[in-house]
Design a binder for this molecule. Structure first.
Ligand code: NAD
Ligand code: TDX
Length: 337
């Protein structure tokens, strides 16, 4: 029996994580703390909202009093911090909130984790903390010991949080683990990220914005495989350790866009090259042999299977996207409360 705090649970990755964990561990109790920012969608929790071992709390991880009260009342065994401002483009137009949520929020959660003596604090981080790799060196990969070299306000806020997490381990002995994952895709991803942008626009025959040349490379992993990795780290990972997670599925952005258009039987004439993202990371390539060897983590998806399933999900759930486009998704929590 564990009492588990999952922050950011109404977002993309953590809602998928909760769907998986709430079902898999019926004797664990899960509390989701989420501020329901623009990226938080209460509808994402629909499959588990009425389960006995799940509870939703609307609140901000930077709200010290609320967080303290929650920790005091719930006596968590584990804290898993997914909550973050997660979109690189937004961090370029408004860095401030990224520092507040991603760094201060992490510090507050760890302070309460120390005070209430949690057994594990897990930080969900990203491969972006390592910076980028050149396009012409496919032999290079990020390992857990690659120096941090972040490019955007988003990735530097995540790198700052990671350093803080490591310092709480070293200085205070807080039992931490960190996972650094590559680009996720799958159901419930907010339609600001590349894959849901492409699918939703293609379905409506709208132009698809490709930044710069479209040659930038990302390593795509299905969200389910990311989440089974976190489950393994929680149950079998070593305290104080960092684990990389990746899809071993590197693709240029243009390859991803063309794959989706082909599957949907849409014309490549929809591709619209637009001004590049400032500081645009060229390539992410991740070496995840540590978790494969030490925890026997294995992916269940290859990109071909995962992207088809994902396109089908968005095609069959167009009302989910419409709710976001109309803003209705932000009303669901208040209507159901
Ligand atoms: P997301 O933007 O879809 O969801 C973030 C969630 O956090 C939302 O529900 C939002 O309401 C909540 N939130 C934001 N600020 C909050 C605050 N101050 N207090 C409480 N809740 C708050 O993000 P995502 O893509 O699901 O990413 C989840 C985590 O995984 C992030 O930490 C991100 O850095 C990391 N990550 C993401 C990817 C990816 O490809 N999306 C890859 C690796 C790591
Ligand atoms: O419309 C677009 N056109 C485009 O060409 C969008 C939204 C993106 N892009 C490009 C930029 C990137 O090279 O596609 C690539 C992927 O972009 P995003 O989906 O914004 O993801 P990225 O910037 O790679 O960061 C993501 O992966 C790591 C997540 O947003 C982060 O939260 C995660 O840490």
């Amino acid at each position: 029996m564990k009492k588990v705090l999952v922050t950011g649970g109404a977002g993309f990755i953590a809602s998928n994580f909760l769907h998986y964990m709430v079902d898999k561990y019926p004797n664990y109790n899960f509390v989701c703390l989420d501020a329901l920012t623009y990226a938080g969608n209460y509808n994402n929790l629909e499959p588990i909202i009425d389960k006995d071992n799940f509870k939703f709390v609307k609140g901000d991880i930077t709200d010290i009093r609320l967080v303290d009260k929650l920790f005091k009342e719930e006596n968590f065994n584990w804290v898993i911090n997914f909550a973050a401002e997660s979109h690189v483009d937004n961090s370029i137009s408004n860095p401030s909130i990224f520092l507040t949520t991603n760094i201060i929020g992490t510090q507050i959660l760890m302070d309460k984790s120390r005070k209430y003596e949690v057994e594990r604090y897990h930080q969900v981080s990203t491969d972006e903390v390592y910076g980028d790799l050149p396009l012409d060196r496919p032999d290079l990969l990020f390992t857990e010991t690659t120096p941090l070299h972040a490019s955007s306000p988003y990735s530097s806020s995540k790198a700052g949080a990671d350093l803080l997490v490591e310092s709480y381990y070293r200085t205070f002995g807080l039992p931490i683990t960190i996972s650094r994952c590559s680009n996720n895709y799958g159901p419930y991803q907010f339609p600001e990220k590349l894959i849901p942008v492409v699918i939703s626009k293609a379905l409506k025959d709208e132009l698809i914005p490709v930044y710069g040349t479209g040659k930038n490379i990302r390593d795509w992993i299905h969200v389910y495989d990311h989440n089974i990795g976190i489950d393994m780290i929680l149950h079998h990972g070593k305290v104080g350790e960092i684990y990389n997670l990746g899809g071993r599925s590197e693709r240029t952005n243009l390859e991803v866009v063309k794959t989706i258009l082909k599957y949907l039987n849409k014309s490549e004439a929809l591709i619209n090259y637009v001004t590049d993202r400032p500081g645009h990371d060229l390539r992410y390539g991740i070496d995840c042999t540590k978790i494969e060897n030490e925890l026997s983590w294995l992916r269940t998806y290859n990109f071909d299977k995962g992207i088809k399933e994902t396109i089908d999900w968005y095609t069959n759930n167009q009302n989910w996207i419409e709710d976001i486009e109309t803003g209705n998704y932000q009303k669901t929590y208040y209507q159901r409360k």
